[in-house]
Design a protein around this ligand. Structure first.
Ligand SMILES: [Zn+2]
Length: 329
């Protein structure tokens, strides 16, 4: 019983303090003001200053919402500016209903992409634009928004303006990816350079699936032939470098010898060529063996010992070469 009484006493004291604070008066000079003001009050000889929302000098402890002063628009929590609120909040600001971007309890009239518990939103001049479909920026990057909301599932190549540049941009996970790759949209597969389709690119471009022949920035799946990049010339089949190919290819009137997809202009040995039906042989001038171009050993021949010939089998044997025991030419 004693314990209960003591508890009730403490409770009454807490309640008393609460009433004292909540019914405190702002100093007389500000008494009639309405708006967001810094209010000073003294409790137990200790003066505290807080930014509060006042109506006719009274702090509106029951108020949650937006209010204005000469410094801007503020989100009020239980009558006070906490300066800690970061959110996208529904309410009325500048006479407009909407969802507003609040940082440090202040409405930020900026363009950005900001989050609340429902997702990330395209903010335009402080407010969510629910009609916005496209690319919007924040400090983390550029994001694809649909109906004003970031769509983190978006994977596409889409038209838009990024960092002031119009173009078609590669979006993955809802975010513009500033990478070099080959990526698709409903119109095809595209050569992406630093995030953007390069429509003037013709050549080989790479993605995780391989190297692709692009013409005007677009993968040409109908391309069969030789294309070059900084690593050399390569045989493409169906628009893709075919690293499994070994053989001879004539492309644009030039004959190439292809080893594991890599093409080099077919050479002839100094004794001249009588031809062997266009198949050709690969020579190892060190071991003095000759191979079919499709032989696995061809890729192991060092550059200085590697040569090709259009001579016949008999001619090569006469010239001192031995047929390879694996490919048996
Ligand atoms: Zn061989």
């Amino acid at each position: 019983m004693k314990k209960l009484k003591a508890l009730m006493l403490v409770f009454a004291m807490v309640l008393g303090t609460f009433f004292f604070v909540s019914s405190k008066e702002i100093d007389a000079a500000t008494d009639s003001r309405s708006g967001v003001y810094k209010a000073s009050y003294t409790v137990n000889g200790k003066t505290t200053s807080e930014w509060c929302y006042l109506v006719k000098g009274k702090v509106q402890y029951g108020y949650n919402g937006f209010a204005q002063n000469e410094n801007g628009w503020w989100y009020i929590e239980k009558g006070k500016v906490t300066f800690k609120k970061n959110d996208v909040i529904k309410g009325k600001v500048k006479g407009q209903d909407g969802w507003w971007f609040v940082k440090g309890s202040k409405v930020q009239f900026v363009n950005s992409v900001e989050k609340n518990s429902n997702g990330w939103w395209c903010i335009q001049n402080g407010k969510v634009n629910f009609n916005f479909n496209g690319l919007a920026k924040n400090s983390n990057g550029w994001w694809y928004c649909k109906g004003g909301k970031v769509d983190f599932n978006k994977k596409d190549v889409i038209k838009g303006t990024v960092n002031g540049t119009d173009g078609w941009w590669y979006v993955s996970g809802g975010k513009v990816q500033f990478v070099n790759s080959v990526e698709k949209n409903s119109n095809g597969w595209w050569c992406i350079q630093n995030g953007k389709v390069n429509f003037s690119f013709t050549g080989l471009a790479k993605n995780s699936n391989g190297y692709w022949y692009c013409k005007g920035g677009k993968v040409d799946f109908g391309f069969n032939g030789i294309a070059s990049n900084e690593y050399g010339s390569w045989y493409c089949r169906g628009g893709k470098v075919d690293f499994s190919y070994n053989g001879n290819i004539t492309f644009n009137g030039v004959k190439y010898n292809v080893v594991n997809g890599k093409a080099s202009k077919a050479a002839t040995i100094s004794t001249g060529s009588t031809g062997n039906g266009g198949e050709g042989y690969v020579l190892n001038t060190n071991t003095m063996r000759f191979h079919y171009p499709s032989c696995r050993s061809c890729s192991e021949i060092s550059k200085k010992n590697y040569s090709t010939s259009n001579k016949t089998r008999d001619e090569l044997i006469k010239a001192g070469f031995t047929p390879c025991g694996n490919c048996r030419p």
